[in-house]
Design a protein around this ligand. Structure first.
Ligand code: HDE
Length: 683
């Protein structure tokens, strides 16, 4: 494993170093600095007597422990994060924004990215079907910019006013606190059926996007329309995109469910290990840009957060790269205490009137106050900007700065009227002067009323396999609902999107099958389908089943060939330690049949061994069958070939039997790069 600090140090790293490894090699003291002489026994009146009140060390230690947990995030409680950096390719964004970190290609900006699920609590499994959060904090020289996005480009609702209702509906039901980490229950689907602006997002959540293979293989989206403003004061509407270099990939539903038991930490482990291995995850930052005079050119309202801007109509301009290259040192201090806020912007980035975004601008500070215990959360190391900050805010819980001097107000004469506001030329943030006119009104804009056209666009854009997965997603989630009325309402809603969707779901649920409906939308958008993403062998994990007496030199050649292509083979056998070949070499075993599972790998390579027993073979058969049923590549050589044949699964796409190590390796690498073989038609 490479040292995960082996990368160019950023200013944020230097700042954090000051806080790190503070205790190492030191004598133990109380929090007041008194050296401690004993730390295992409380102070008692006699060895078998009662504990004494005056044991200040015990009381301090226990009091601190009693308060070691803080309220979890109301949504996005389950998350994992890493540090990294961002750099733009060139200065071409100068036409659109004056933000320095988006226009200076010589600048490396430190970032902190937290991925999350939405519904589950902090201890919930990683692979549940859910939307994933993708929140990025850019520590720019001009202040922090937080891009607090998701892995799905739209949202369930159009106005922040409805967010508490949505979250109450999706969270575990209040009377029995079930289910944990999932939306497969009555109240969520009752909300969707009765708030049909959710239809489009429900389609995305039930698609493969709801069960990503890895955080590293997800797109990210700012969701809302923002504004970029250049140094001439001209504005453009924009949407932010993160495009993963490894492509967009997902699990299959059976895998996702079983992983919730086999490895509840599947996604965080994947991210952590990739960074430790030096496989630094990368995304390109992209912008969709619309001129102000084109605001009304589209058949949807660009302020409506339940709509995408189809990439074929508004192309994504890729401007720079994000690389995650360092794991956190302490999950609580960094990941848990990180406070993101869509209102943390820098000059050159501004807001639109999207009513969902406007409401978020209030919510995030408010939520940090109860979660992080007061308004001083910006002073926590993970939240501090790398540039200086000065103002007259003082005191409150958890204040860390010791402000000097007598002046804490503006305007003043005693401190020469400082700190003083900066002019626009000096970098002062000036809000874009959009002209606003209107009646004060609580209403939905007429331009926000079409809830189904883009849901149909999404459906039309899916491959047959993806469509089957969506039908499966709805059938599962609604199948877990107890209310037939809710099931019927959702099916009826789906009939507005496509009868090809609504009818099989209705049949699976045993409710009335709609006979009329469908959409007039015939357009599709290829960019929406994951079939059109990149397919690579890089960083894919291959489980290699090896037993005593295997053919060492040939197997080593295959493993070396896989590694050369960036694939990670990991050896599974009947026990840990080493496994001895018939011709000499030994292989280190990383997993046993007990600790590993086919679910944990992207592909399987069966070698076998001449000195293995029936149990070994039986366990291998189980691996083969499950890998096969998840459409994943299987390769076999030596004894492995006959074991594979015994399962009857050897004559299918993506199942390879090899003789010559070098041609087998080349074919197997190709199979690994294809990821899944849907043609197998597994039921
Ligand atoms: Fe959030 N959201 N949200 N959200 N959100 C929070 O802030 C909120 C929305 C998103 O890793 C909370 O610090 C409202 C859209 C992410 O720490 C809270 C509305 C998108 C994260 C909150 C939305 C998001 C949050 C809870 C409707 C995608 C986790 C804890 C108007 C663009 C960030 C916290 C992290 C977290 C409010 C809708 C993304 C309660 C009111 C749309 C990734 O403030």
């Amino acid at each position: 494993m490479s040292d995960h600090r082996n990368h160019n140090k950023t200013r944020k790293d230097e700042q954090l170093e000051g806080y790190r490894a503070y205790d190492q090699g030191k004598k133990m003291t109380t929090n007041q600095g008194q050296k401690v002489s004993e730390d295992e026994f409380s102070l008692k009146a006699g060895e078998r007597g009662p504990t004494l009140m005056e044991d200040f060390h015990f009381r301090e230690k226990m009091t601190h422990f009693d308060h070691e947990r803080i309220p979890e995030r109301i949504v996005h409680a389950r998350g994992y994060a890493a540090h990294g950096e961002f750099q733009v390719y060139d200065d071409s964004m100068k036409d659109y924004t004056k933000a320095d970190f988006l226009t200076d290609p010589n600048k490396t900006t430190p970032v902190f990215v937290r991925f999350s699920t939405v519904q589950g609590s902090k201890g919930s499994p990683d692979t549940v079907r859910d939307v994933r959060g993708f929140a990025t904090k850019f520590y720019t020289d001009e202040g922090n910019f937080d891009l607090v996005g998701n892995n799905i480009p739209i949202f369930f609702i159009q106005d922040a006013m409805k967010f508490p209702d949505l979250v109450h509906a999706v969270k575990p039901e209040p009377h029995n606190e079930m289910p944990q980490g999932g939306s497969a229950h009555d109240t969520f689907w009752d909300f969707v059926a009765n708030n049909q602006e959710s239809a489009h997002m429900a389609m995305w959540a039930m698609s493969d996007r709801g069960i990503p293979r890895s955080f590293r293989m997800m797109e990210g989206f700012g969701v809302h329309t923002f504004r970029l403003v250049n140094d001439k004061g001209e504005a453009h509407f924009v949407k932010f995109h993160w495009k993963p270099v490894l492509g967009v990939h997902s699990l299959v539903w059976d895998e996702a469910q079983k992983l919730s038991g086999k490895d509840i930490d599947f996604h965080r482990r994947d991210l952590y290990e990739a960074i430790e291995n030096g496989d630094y995850p990368e995304w390109e930052l992209g912008f969709q840009i619309i001129r102000e005079d084109e605001e009304f050119k589209f058949d949807f309202d660009i302020l409506d957060p339940t709509k995408v801007w189809p990439e074929e109509d508004v192309p994504v301009k890729k401007v720079g790269k994000l690389t995650l290259n360092r794991n956190v040192d302490n999950v609580f201090a960094e990941t848990e205490q990180a406070a993101f806020h869509p209102g943390h912007v820098v000059s050159g980035i501004d807001f639109s009137n999207d009513p969902l975004l406007q409401g978020r601008l209030f919510s995030y500070t408010d939520t940090q106050i109860s979660r992080l215990g007061g308004p001083n959360f910006h002073e926590l190391p993970i939240n501090r900007p790398v540039c200086p900050f000065h103002n007259n805010q003082r005191d409150a819980q958890g204040r860390m700065t010791i402000n000097t001097g007598q002046v804490s107000y503006h305007k003043n004469s005693l401190a020469d009227n400082t700190p003083e506001p900066a002019s626009e030329e000096e970098g002062g943030y000036v809000h874009y002067q959009e002209k606003v006119e209107g009646h004060k009104i609580r209403a939905r804009s007429d331009s926000f009323r079409d809830h189904f056209s883009q849901a149909a666009l999404f459906w039309n854009s899916m491959s047959d396999v993806e469509k089957q997965h969506i039908i499966g997603g709805f059938s599962f989630e609604l199948g877990k609902c107890e209310s037939t009325s809710v099931q019927q309402q959702v099916v009826d809603m789906l009939s507005n999107i496509s009868l090809d969707l609504a009818q099989p779901v209705a049949k699976a649920l045993g409710v009335r099958v709609p006979q009329e409906g469908g959409s007039d939308v015939t357009k599709s958008s290829p960019a929406l389908s994951q079939q059109n993403t990149k397919f690579k062998p890089d960083t894919r994990k291959v489980g290699v089943i090896v037993g005593e007496g295997f053919k060492g030199s040939e197997v080593n050649e295959v493993l070396a060939g896989l590694k050369k292509e960036g694939i990670h083979p990991e050896v599974i056998s009947s026990r840990l330690g080493t496994c001895k070949a018939s011709d000499g070499p030994e292989l280190e075993v990383q997993h046993t049949f007990l600790t590993a599972d086919s679910l944990l790998f992207d592909a399987l390579y069966v070698v076998g061994g001449s000195q293995t027993d029936e149990t070994f073979k039986k366990k291998t058969h189980d691996f083969i069958k499950e890998t096969f049923s998840h459409y994943k590549p299987i390769g076999a050589t030596h004894e492995g070939k006959s074991w594979l044949e015994e399962t009857g699964l050897d004559n299918y796409p993506g199942v390879l039997k090899g003789e010559d190590p070098s041609s087998f390796t080349a074919d197997f690498v190709k199979a690994v790069a294809s990821h899944r073989f849907w043609e197998r038609k597994v039921i």
